[in-house]
Design a protein around this ligand. Structure first.
Ligand code: IPD
Ligand code: CA
Ligand code: CA
Length: 327
């Protein structure tokens, strides 16, 4: 038995395959009143979330999430606005608090950006669930697997932000029925916007991104140190020293979302980190996949995309035998 919301979505979606004549017949036919009511609701929803009017089919596509291009544009502008807040930081240290884990800080800017994104993205998709770093929940609950869910990191690279070591980025992932659907990573310091929609490729300021075709031996390897988990530090450096021997050199940027974007761009040939939260990799891992990278956990198993995980992101050129390590 369908809920009213599901019935509305099904009816609205059925309009998309109809020509004007068929649509006219439906709207004036036996169940025309119901169809008209759903359309009226959709128009109100469109006005509230996107603003303005649109032709019927565009409106239905947007409301039913069939217009990723428009959704993407709106999420990109929210990321850019959030980036402006990041750049406006002058005095950070007075409002810096420590969270759980080694050297895990949060600034008033993390909170401000998160609040801004909650508000802006909620207006965009009021029915979407949220998993955000400064909200405390780091695992998808059953409810988050239904419909849309935003997974956001207001500042990925907080320790960079505090130390003024660039970059730090805004990371916004959007999931649909528990699967990654859209990802946006914005680096306001270099004004670089990376984004991807599932199945539609990845882009760097509008230019298509492709992962590197070079073998590991001719690539740089990016990695993260899982700084909040001291127990992983020895293992991290065991991996690092093995990858150092197999590659040109190692790099540590201080933001996992940016590291994944660099692998997507083909700047690095591999990225690994032994423990990341979903908001660290949700957007970046989709961007990397869409650019041709293989993204798994550190052992090469498919990512679960529902909570903390190790992440291994390999370019097209890296051979599996070279990058899956056993100890
Ligand atoms: C951190 C960054 C860092 C990575 C850590 C993350 P935060 O996120 O992505 O590069 O090594 O594992 O937690 O705390 O700056 O948002
Ligand atoms: Ca982060
Ligand atoms: Ca963060």
């Amino acid at each position: 038995m369908k809920t009213m919301k599901e019935e509305r979505a099904a009816i609205l979606e059925s309009f998309l395959s109809m020509d004007d004549r068929e649509l006219f017949l439906v709207l004036t036919g036996e169940r025309g009143i119901v169809a008209q009511m759903y359309l009226k609701e959709a128009a109100e929803e469109y006005k509230r979330t996107v603003g303005g009017d649109a032709d019927l089919r565009t409106m239905v596509r947007v409301i039913c999430g069939k217009e990723p291009a428009l959704l993407l544009e709106l999420i990109k502008s929210a990321a850019k606005e959030a980036g402006k807040i990041m750049l406006s930081a002058s005095e950070i240290s007075p409002e810096t608090d420590e969270k759980q884990g080694h050297a895990n800080f949060v600034t008033s800017y993390d909170r401000r950006i998160q609040e801004y994104l909650f508000k802006a993205l909620h207006e965009l998709l009021p029915e979407a669930h949220f998993v955000g770093e400064e909200e405390g929940k780091d695992q998808f609950l059953e409810a988050d697997r239904k419909g849309y869910a935003f997974v956001i990191d207001p500042i990925d690279g907080t320790s960079n932000f505090i130390a003024r070591y660039r970059p730090s980025v805004v990371s916004i992932g959007l999931f649909k029925d528990g699967a990654p659907y859209l990802g946006v990573v914005y680096n306001p310091y270099d004004d670089v916007l990376c984004y991807a929609v599932k199945g539609e490729g990845a882009f760097w300021n509008g230019e298509p991104m492709h992962s590197s075709k070079l073998p590991l031996s001719r690539s740089l390897v990016g990695f993260g140190t899982s700084p909040y988990y001291e127990e992983l530090s020895k293992k991290t450096f065991d991996y690092a020293s093995r990858y150092l021997a197999k590659s040109i050199d190692l790099r540590r940027s201080g933001t996992a979302a940016w590291d994944l974007s660099l692998a997507a761009k083909g700047v690095t040939g591999l990225f690994f980190e032994l423990k990341l939260s979903l908001w660290d990799f949700a957007a970046g891992a989709l961007i990397a996949q869409e650019a041709g990278c293989t993204v798994t956990d550190i052992e090469g198993n498919p990512l679960r995309w529902d909570g903390p995980s190790s992440v291994l992101c390999a370019s097209e050129g890296a051979a599996k035998d070279d990058y899956i390590l056993t100890f």
